[in-house]
Design a protein around this ligand. Structure first.
Ligand code: GDP
Length: 527
């Protein structure tokens, strides 16, 4: 058995961010195939479309054939232990999606070559960028006609403000796709090699195809050679430090569906993506190495009632240091409470299985009877280890909520309190009237909330949409309730901090012009 440091150094923990339909599921599946974690293409896909009988997770998930909360996929490849944290998208986009990004060491951004950067990609990108972790870009669907490669890279710089460095360059696209000129790996990958032909062709020291391959005679090859030499001379220089700081993104072109460019992508991604690193804890007073003997980690997600029969909750912990083992004693930093962990689950696709040990970089799911809250730190040993608080994400959708049955206020308040604590939705109150307002980043969060209120707390709720709003916090000392209007609703968050919910950007600008001294602060995801 490797020692702890060797085991930790093998870990690569990342998330894939993308807009729906860019190909996240397809590439995830190809990566799992490369790692031998699944044997058949279509497995992950089938889960997504709901044909895969797996978890007994709540009805709502079954009805819609989607996964309400993120799961973890893992496989071993080339000596590395890879953890992919699934980030729900589509209609199931929620704060969990953002929080999952707080638990990874790198991100892969998948972009559809015909569409470029789409809204959801941009939202997720912002969160990853704020964290300063490495971002790798996979520009997908090269087998179809898409936009010019250079145009796509320029868009990264203009829309996302990140330098792009092409690790490979397409030789043609769509029907004319011939291959990939792989700058990083120093070879050409043929799109459709002929029978008996090698898929990877070596380059000579001038960067030209070795020997006299017929491809060399084609104008598309010559064009690519010109583009590449221009790129290498005039484009950005590859800078590993910038990559690690999230200031430069290595860009890979490919086609996930035809498994083209995926293997080289994986090889290079694993080469440059970081292993778990040391972290600052206790308000920056202490640094703890990922390979420290002391176990520590934080809860980034709580999934309730995976099995309705048991009413269990699972707290997902990102291990930040040391090794986890069954039966260990830990302390909950927030309360100082000591807890014995005797029931661990690790995740392989959606199957839950018992595990013995996991180390920094891995995710463990802990059965929870109500001890944990999102953002909680846990640690072994005597000295307190507390990770920074998870940031507040600004919801975009708001609903006013009341209890349908006035006689059932008690269960309404109880359910509300617990679900908010769990992070299922954000709770605000109208500053003047104290009415409850819920905030979410995706519509499904409201549906899950209302479903769970009914099923777990026997409380039917009435929700009145307020619609989409731009939330901005203000300093309490700058607050004057007369600033509030229907276009900028004044509310307070669960810590009693005041914020405005602006009807739109126009209303926000209008407010800003009227009260230029009032500072408006955005949530982590909108900074
Ligand atoms: P997700 O919503 O991001 O998970 O996207 P999916 O992986 O489900 O892909 C969306 C659609 O695009 C599906 O029909 C895929 O078969 C298709 N797709 C994914 N990758 C490629 C690709 O490389 N080329 C082509 N032509 N289609 C692709």
């Amino acid at each position: 058995m490797d020692n702890l440091k060797q085991q930790v150094d093998r870990r690569r923990t990342f998330a894939i961010i993308s807009h729906p339909d860019a190909g996240k599921t397809t590439i995830t599946e190809q990566l799992l195939l490369q790692g031998g974690a699944i044997r058949k293409a279509g497995t992950v896909k089938a889960k997504k479309s709901g044909n895969f009988a797996t978890s007994d997770w709540m009805e709502i998930e079954k009805q819609r054939g989607i996964s309400v909360t993120s799961s973890v996929l893992q496989f071993d490849y080339d000596g590395k232990h890879v953890n992919i944290l699934d980030t729900p998208g589509h209609e199931d986009f929620s704060e969990d999606t953002y929080r999952t990004l707080m638990a990874v060491d790198a991100a892969v951004m998948v972009i559809d070559s015909a569409k470029g950067i789409e809204p959801q990609t941009k939202k997720l990108f912002k969160v990853v960028k704020q964290r300063g972790i490495p971002i790798f870009t996979f520009i997908n669907k090269l087998d179809r006609d898409g936009r010019e490669p250079l145009d796509l890279i320029t868009e990264l710089e203009e829309l996302l403000n990140i330098e792009g460095y092409p690790m490979n360059w397409p030789i043609g696209m769509g029907k004319g796709l011939r291959g990939l000129y792989d700058i990083g790996e120093h070879h050409i990958e043929l799109y459709r090699p002929e029978e008996g032909q090698d898929r990877f062709l070596k380059l000579d020291s001038d960067g030209e195809l070795e020997g006299n391959h017929p491809l060399k005679e084609e104008s598309i090859y010559q064009q690519t050679m010109e583009d590449v030499s221009l790129l290498l001379e005039a484009g950005n220089q590859f800078d590993e430090e910038k990559v690690l700081a999230g200031q430069q993104t290595p860009v890979f072109f490919g086609s996930a569906l035809t498994n083209f460019g995926v293997e080289s992508f994986l090889n290079q991604f694993l080469q440059y993506a970081p292993a778990p690193e040391s972290s600052e804890v206790n308000d920056g007073e202490k640094t703890i190495a990922a390979s420290d003997e002391t176990f520590s980690g934080f809860v980034f997600k709580i999934q309730a009632n995976m099995n309705p029969a048991h009413r269990d909750r699972i707290a997902f912990v990102r291990i930040k240091s040391g090794e986890f083992h069954k039966g260990m004693d830990i302390t909950l930093a927030r309360t100082g409470q000591k807890i014995r962990l005797n029931n661990a689950t690790e995740f392989m696709s959606s199957e839950r299985e018992q595990v013995e040990t996991s180390v920094a970089g891995d995710i463990v799911g802990l059965y929870d009877t109500g001890n944990f809250q999102i953002g909680d730190s846990i640690y072994s040993g005597k000295a307190k280890i507390e990770y920074p608080k998870l940031p507040e994400f600004t919801p975009e959708l708001f609903m006013q909520v009341t209890s349908k049955n006035v006689m059932k206020q008690k269960s309404f308040h109880k359910g509300m309190k617990q679900l908010v604590q769990e992070g299922a939705v954000q709770l605000y109150r109208n500053y003047q009237t104290n009415e409850y307002i819920l905030g979410a980043v995706g519509q499904l969060q409201f549906e899950v909330f209302s479903y769970r209120m009914k099923n777990e707390y026997n409380s039917e709720v009435v929700m009145t949409p307020i619609g989409s709003r731009t939330a901005r916090w203000i300093k309490p000392e700058q607050l004057d309730p007369s600033m509030s209007s229907s276009r900028n609703l004044l509310v307070k968050d669960r810590f009693d901090q005041p914020l405005f919910l602006f009807e739109n950007d126009f209303a926000m600008r209008w407010f800003h012009d009227k009260y230029p001294d009032v500072e408006l602060e955005a949530g982590f995801n909108e900074k």
